[in-house]
Design a protein around this ligand. Structure first.
Ligand code: URP
Ligand code: ZN
Ligand code: ZN
Length: 461
């Protein structure tokens, strides 16, 4: 069924570079007109009119780092594409980029088909993927070439998770050389896997088994070593790289040093590292397991430094690394050994509102940095056609945002499938009032109102 035209009036339109009052007309899912005032009588018959008075009109937000289908650490992430995409939309995120994480022995092409079919069947928002390279040999190379040909123009490598998802240096070099040849961005989880492994063994054998030992097992120098390693390989191969979930100043400085030597590198932070710190993982009674992710939450001196790098534009994107595991049934797998706690913090629904509340409202970032880091920069870096802006001819992904809303986060009414929220009871100072995906209203005031499904694979440059 064709989407009826949509006219958004009276809003304050803010993109990464512009800030003005105006109206937006969407026809067939695409922005057709942007003018100071569009007379509703001049809109096509049957147009839905949304009054955005006293509200912002932002481009649909993009989360460039999520896990939905994720077999990991002996279990599976809890969300489906239905739950994750609807949670994303309620929270103002209209496009997700998911990490495809095949097992080492899996055929990459089959993995790609599996991940694609799950998104195709369930996604209510638009999506793309980073293709995980967990093994590199002749067969993997042929498959990767085919996957890039089909429009997936970014790879994901893990320098962590020894024996599971991690690649060795020969594989890393070969994957990055191929990426350079194909013009593909290499996204990378940077932690030195041997240093993590050794620290985990000595902590556990000393009886230090609680979630509070997760951070000491992978301190900032271990992450910085991973970033340094990636930068050296990027220098040698000429590949463009993107450092995911940078959690500490030391890691950002290694990326900057690489950039200073001419590496084409981008830096991502994820919302948990901006608003949470290590003390959460130290909560008593195994409560800390809710906050176990990798790289880990850092000491309280780190988040202010990450905000500074974000404000300075060195950190270009704010993602989530949404990796949802239940507290009761899944995090408890590591009750007697923190190395067995499934890593990840669910946050796809909360990212935009937390960045707004703790970034813009707290005076840490301005409106343009907000839109750039949560939408426009990801669209540019990953070549998401039609996304990340409000422009004639672009996709009509719009977030009509209410800065007067006041409310609190609670797992009791979130749409993510997990049984807890890492931000339980936290106050929000704004929320998406209307969320539009390619011209169609899919969420309103914290509720999903779409028909379900309808998400599309986004064409990539
Ligand atoms: O803790 C995390 N980050 N879990 C998801 C897997 C990954 O490393 O991105
Ligand atoms: Zn990671
Ligand atoms: Zn991740």
């Amino acid at each position: 069924m064709p989407t009826p035209p949509l006219l958004v009036t009276n809003g304050r339109i803010v993109t990464a570079s512009e800030d003005f009052r105006g109206d937006v007309l969407a026809v067939d899912g695409v922005v057709e007109r942007i003018e100071r005032r569009i007379d509703p009588a001049s809109a096509p018959r049957g147009a839905t009119v949304v009054d955005a008075k006293d509200k912002f009109v932002f481009p649909g937000f993009i989360d460039p780092h999520v896990h939905v289908h994720l077999p990991f650490m002996g279990t599976h992430a809890k969300d489906t594409w239905e739950s994750a995409s609807q949670a994303a939309l309620v929270g103002g995120t209209t496009t997700l980029i998911e990490m495809i994480c095949p097992g080492k022995q899996d055929d990459p092409l089959e993995a790609f088909e599996t991940w694609l079919s799950k998104a195709n069947a369930g996604a209510a928002c638009d999506y793309s993927f980073h293709m995980g390279v967990t093994r590199f040999d002749g067969a993997a190379e042929r498959a990767l070439r085919e996957i890039v040909r089909r429009g997936i123009t970014s790879f994901k490598v893990f320098l962590a998770y020894k024996g599971a998802l991690g690649v060795d240096d020969r594989e890393l070099f070969a994957a990055m050389r191929l990426a350079r040849e194909l013009g593909v961005v290499v996204t990378a989880h940077c932690e030195n896997e041997t240093l993590v492994d050794e620290a985990q063994r000595s902590l556990v054998s000393a009886g230090r088994t609680g979630p509070e030992w997760h951070e000491p097992s992978r301190p900032p120098r271990v992450e910085a070593a991973g970033v340094h390693h990636l930068m050296a390989f990027a220098e040698a191969t000429g590949a463009e790289v993107y450092v995911v979930h940078t959690s500490c100043d030391e890691a950002v400085r290694e990326a900057l040093a690489g950039i200073g030597r001419g590496v084409h590198a981008h830096v991502e932070v994820v919302i948990p590292h901006l608003v949470l710190d290590r003390s959460y993982a130290e909560r008593p009674g195994f409560e800390g397991a809710k906050f176990v992710m990798s790289p880990p939450l850092r000491d309280a001196s780190q988040p202010p430094r990450l905000w500074n790098w974000l404000r300075a534009g060195v950190i270009e994107t704010v993602a989530t690394d949404h990796a949802p595991f239940d507290f009761e049934t899944q995090k408890h797998m590591g009750r007697d050994d923190f190395t067995r706690i499934p890593n990840g913090i669910p946050s796809v629904e909360d990212r935009v509102n937390l960045l707004w509340t703790h970034g813009v409202c707290a005076g840490r970032i301005d409106l343009h940095t907000f839109v750039a880091s949560a939408s426009a920069n990801a669209a540019r870096i990953f070549g998401l056609k039609g996304k990340g802006s409000i422009a004639v001819g672009g996709d009509a992904d719009l977030v009509i945002y209410d800065p007067k809303f006041r409310g609190r986060i609670t797992a009791a009414n979130h749409r993510m499938a997990t049984d807890y929220s890492a931000f339980e009871g936290w106050e929000l100072k704004g929320r998406a009032s209307v969320v539009v995906r390619r011209g169609e209203i899919v969420a309103k005031d914290g509720r999903f109102v779409g028909p379900g499904g309808g998400g599309r694979l986004v064409p990539r440059a």
